[in-house]
Design a binder for this molecule. Sequence first.
Ligand code: PLP
Length: 463
Amino acid sequence: MRYVSTRGKAPTLAFDDVLLAGLATDGGLYLPETWPTFTKDQWRSLQGLTYQELAVEVMLPFVTPALSKEELTTLVNEAYKTFEHDAIAPLRQLGPNHFVLELYYGPTLAFKDYALQLVGHLFSHVLQKKNRRVTIVGATSGDTGSAAIEACRDREGIDIFILHPNGRVSDVQRRQMTTVPSKNVHNIAIEGDFDACQDLVKNLFADADFREEFSLGAVNSINWARIMAQVVYYAWAALNLGAPDRAVGFAVPTGNFGNIFAGWVARQMGLPIERLVIGTNQNDILARFEQSGVMEMTGVEASISPSMDIQVSSNFERLLFELLGRDGQKVDQWMTEFRQSGKNTLDAPLWNQMRELFASARFDDDQTRALIAEHLGRSGQLFCPHSVIGVESARVDEAFGRLPFVSLATAHPAKFPDAVQAASGKYPALPDRLSDLMEREERFVVLPNDAATLKKEIANTLK
Ligand SMILES: *Cc1c(COP(=O)(O)O)cnc(C)c1O
């Protein structure tokens, strides 16, 4: 498989180079040149596989010929060893035709582990083959950071720098990043919000000399390999519910649009995914866009579901590329206009095309708290603030009840204990393996929102 940039100007690359590159040199995101599809019979033959076996089958077309099936199998088996549930991603029934896919059995208790544990192994493997080192730089609004750190810690050939917005991630989230004692792990708190962190990372990557000198790489949600690994659990859930012979819908708590875009990819590969519901908190740029066709930035507000506190959903560009007929020039124009004026509109026919598949729902903090309490009272189940938005977003869809719906539970409630306790009166306990987290020693530096200072810090650390 070769990969093309959504801006149409960067050279096409093979999987291993896309993995290491992250962002394309023209500022675009990479996507496969064509979408591999499986026939109904091929999908049927994958029913009943283990999660790991399915992962190999689903991802193989995307990594060939850079990786052999044997190599991929080894990496997949290694990656999911750190997961605590034998099913890896258990599907639990919540109500009639409504299921929750629990994606919080990885080392950092959130769905990002499902991709990043594999990506860490992919990086090590590919770097070893190429005899290279890489400096991973990433921005996090909470979960990506710890998941990336767990994926890269102590791995040969990798240094990792993770930026988080100072004071704007939960104690548990911060500690999951800053208490990792590994020498190759470096945490930086930026005086600014998540978008400031993300812009700093973009700034580093845009500096060709710096990028070259330190071999920058990214594992944030723009990295194609992460989307690819996430496709697996959509296929897993769909097959478990009777696909390809039964259509399904998914509802996904969404920030950067990376998770839900993986659902779109699973549909491209031939699975009957009929509905994709975007769930947001009050930072609802995607819900407003889905409901109006107008994408407009309005600033970020801190919420109790901080991993969805974003102003701009970077992975949306991938869907835009598809909607615009894979015309990189049009994507570039659209995105440039959006960045300049903070606003852009999708032409009505394309917007309607999007709405045939997508729906959206928005829940502010008060609604989210009420829903957490309601679920605890009704079924004894505690959801994290992101997950409960996923659960409830399914219900707004016109196909809810008719189609089996899968809501993605993206984090364990203990990852957001204060918000969950404030909402429900119940303090969610951390699983055993993290029970001493609040006593472990922290390590991080605080820097101003300034690219030059950041570059100096990275250069000094690596010296
Ligand atoms: C990252 C994250 C999200 C949002 O995922 P995207 O891929 O950015 O849409 C939702 N919930 C949790 C718990 C997360 O960590």
